[in-house]
Design a protein around this ligand. Sequence first.
Ligand SMILES: Nc1ncnc2c1ncn2[C@@H]1O[C@H](COP(=O)(O)OP(=O)(O)OP(=O)(O)O)[C@@H](O)[C@H]1O
Ligand SMILES: [Mg+2]
Length: 362
Amino acid sequence: MIPIKHILFLVSGVSSFIIFYMGLVNYLTSVESSTGIILLIFATAVAAGTLLSTVYISKSITNPIEKLAQNMTEFSKTNKITNKKSIITNIKEIHELNENFESMGQKVEKTLTVQKEYVVKLKEIDRKKAEFSSMVSHELKTPLVPILGYVQMLQKQELMGELNKKQLDAVDEIYASALKLQRLVGDILTTQKLDLGKLEFNQENIDITELLNSIIKDFSPIISQKNIHIVKESTKNGIIFSDKDRINQVFSNLIKNAIDFVESEKGQITIGAKNDKESVKFFVKDNGIGISETNQKEIFKTFYQIDTSTSRKREGSGLGLAICKGIIDGLGGKIWVESKENIGTAFYFEIPKQTIKINGKK
Ligand SMILES: Nc1ncnc2c1ncn2[C@@H]1O[C@H](COP(=O)(O)OP(=O)(O)OP(=O)(O)O)[C@@H](O)[C@H]1O
Ligand SMILES: [Mg+2]
């Protein structure tokens, strides 16, 4: 880009030179020397005048424009008018331009300050809301402990007396519902802790093979109930130093989803781990209904569910994957999904073998 000053001086320089040159040619070629001298003096005066007026124009027009341009560039970077000294000019249009720019800048500065104050207030409201619902969830969780305890005692008839079939069915129903409620309250609490950066992580040595075997063992009853298969495919044996319970929780959420989305009889779930230098990549794959590309981008968000129709058979609150993501983030890793509709889904999560940064929100 060429500065306006340079263009101005180039144009006036060339014009002055041409005017002077024409005067000189006239002087050299005119028959009457007095006419030649007059023309030469006149041409020299005009050329000098052109140059002087260029200097004046440059001072009164281009300098303020240049300053204004500098201020605007600065403003676009910092959102602040750093050079508060007003531009002094006699040119009406530049004066107005500068005044308008300054008043616009002040308005933008004010708006941004107000916006910042709002963000701080909103964050505070958000934090209070999260703390309040965390307290409510906690209060909900506490009475569930005796409810579950007494229901279990009622189920064991030798402790609380005999129940007839109808009563026992009712007690079983209460137990199942109380368990669901406990899980939901637990998930809400975990999500809130993740949001507030208060979820705590532990570290211990974890044998990968043992971990995968115990997960398969835990899920065996529910897997055989649905008449599907779960297999282990591992190329990684060894020890990692991380949070075993949280990794179990991630596996559990992923496997529960996989169980829900595969067909009974044909369903196959594969879990495993792959070795990398610094990290280990775990996976849970299924041959279920799959997830469309649009939904793949959304499923890790809190409360997101693909099927929200009232007629859906599946229960759930849309917190499972959000919790998985929060935990894996907290362990310094990443989680992602690869899926094809009607073919199947694979969830991967990669975590460092030695978790260095844990706890808190990033
Ligand atoms: N393996 C999968 N195959 C197909 N769809 C899946 C699979 N895993 C998750 N989804 C979709 O992603 C959505 C979000 O899963 P997420 O685990 O977060 O919630 P949820 O299972 O509905 O409820 P929650 O886990 O809280 O009980 C699910 O509702 C489901 O539609
Ligand atoms: Mg789930």
